[in-house]
Design a protein around this ligand. Structure first.
Ligand SMILES: C[S@@+](CC[C@H](N)C(=O)[O-])C[C@H]1O[C@@H](n2cnc3c(N)ncnc32)[C@H](O)[C@@H]1O
Length: 282
């Protein structure tokens, strides 16, 4: 074993466990795919079969197979090569396809992270105005020309839905119930949400955006209910409030993206969902 490997092993065995930390190689296998040819075709065909019903449900006449083929080319030239902590292959594919189908004139993102998803939105919607919020820019690796990167919570800035299709994307681990309420008040009727986990899966990320849209759609989730989960040795809990439950009345439709991992063999996304909100009077 070389010196570097024995130092890492020593830290992982004797020092870092005290702080619940571990050193790992960053996993950057997002480019892994069969070489172009019949097996790539088979993988793309299987992914298209899984994706097409979702694209049909969110609108338009998109051809999932053509979109996936385009996505593979786009994704291969992404500037953020390792997006650990953000969208991977399957999540990025769903975001790219959703934006292509919804064709927004304005995209507001909350949760810039390294800048990958904002860049991806630009590839899917070259003409859209894109505003991306984060409460810190220490991790921002790629700034795409023409994207408006803002520091702070979106509620600290004046941003409202525009005349054309306006899409708000929430990937900031803040409660979907809160974000839906805020977006609706700002005139947004079309949302994309990440980490839309059901109540029994809140342990999947450290800080789930709970109550999630999936929980709001679940009749078993009620006001006053306490949900508890354990993540990496820490206990978390959440009490569902009547204000959270009231947000149900704002949702006209919820379309959860399919799990593409059985087709692509890339890790599953944590829940990409398109939400349609009610207009006033609906
Ligand atoms: C999971 S990452 C976003 C990943 C990114 N959208 C992607 O797919 O590449 C979550 C980000 O949300 C940010 N965040 C946390 N609280 C926020 C807030 N109140 N407003 C905006 N961003 C916030 C974090 O700083 C972090 O950069």
């Amino acid at each position: 074993m070389n010196l570097k490997a024995s130092i890492v092993r020593g830290l992982n065995r004797h020092v870092l466990p005290r702080y619940r930390l571990i050193l790992k190689k960053s996993a950057n296998d997002a480019d892994a795919l069969p070489a172009p040819g019949p097996m790539r075709e088979r993988l793309v065909g299987n992914a298209a079969t899984a994706l097409q019903p979702w694209l049909d449900a969110i609108g338009g006449n998109a051809d999932a197979k053509a979109l996936i083929e385009e996505f593979i080319t786009v994704f291969a030239r992404r500037p953020v090569r390792d997006n650990a902590g953000g969208s991977g292959f399957n999540g990025s594919l769903c975001l790219f396809a959703a934006v292509r189908v919804l064709s927004p004139a304005l995209i507001v993102e909350s949760g810039t992270w390294k800048g990958h998803s904002a860049w991806l939105f630009r590839q899917a919607a070259p003409e859209a105005r894109i505003v991306s919020f984060d409460i810190e820019h220490e991790n921002l690796e790629h700034r795409e020309a023409g994207i408006d990167y803002r520091l702070g919570d979106w509620m600290d800035h004046e941003v409202v839905a525009g005349e054309g299709v306006s899409l708000a994307f929430f990937d900031d681990h803040i409660s979907h119930a809160r974000r839906i309420r805020e977006a609706h008040a700002r005139g947004f009727r079309l949302l994309l949400a990440d980490d839309d986990l059901p109540a029994e899966a809140l342990f999947v990320t450290g800080l789930p955006p709970a109550p999630t849209a999936a929980m709001l759609a679940d009749p078993a989730v009620t006001a006053g209910q306490i949900l508890a989960w354990r993540y990496r040795g820490r206990d978390f809990s959440l009490t569902v409030s009547p204000e959270d439950v009231a947000v149900r009345a704002l949702i006209a439709g919820r379309h959860a993206a399919p799990d593409l991992s059985p087709a692509t063999y890339h890790p599953r996304h944590n829940g990409v969902t398109v939400l349609r909100l009610k207009s006033r009077g609906e």
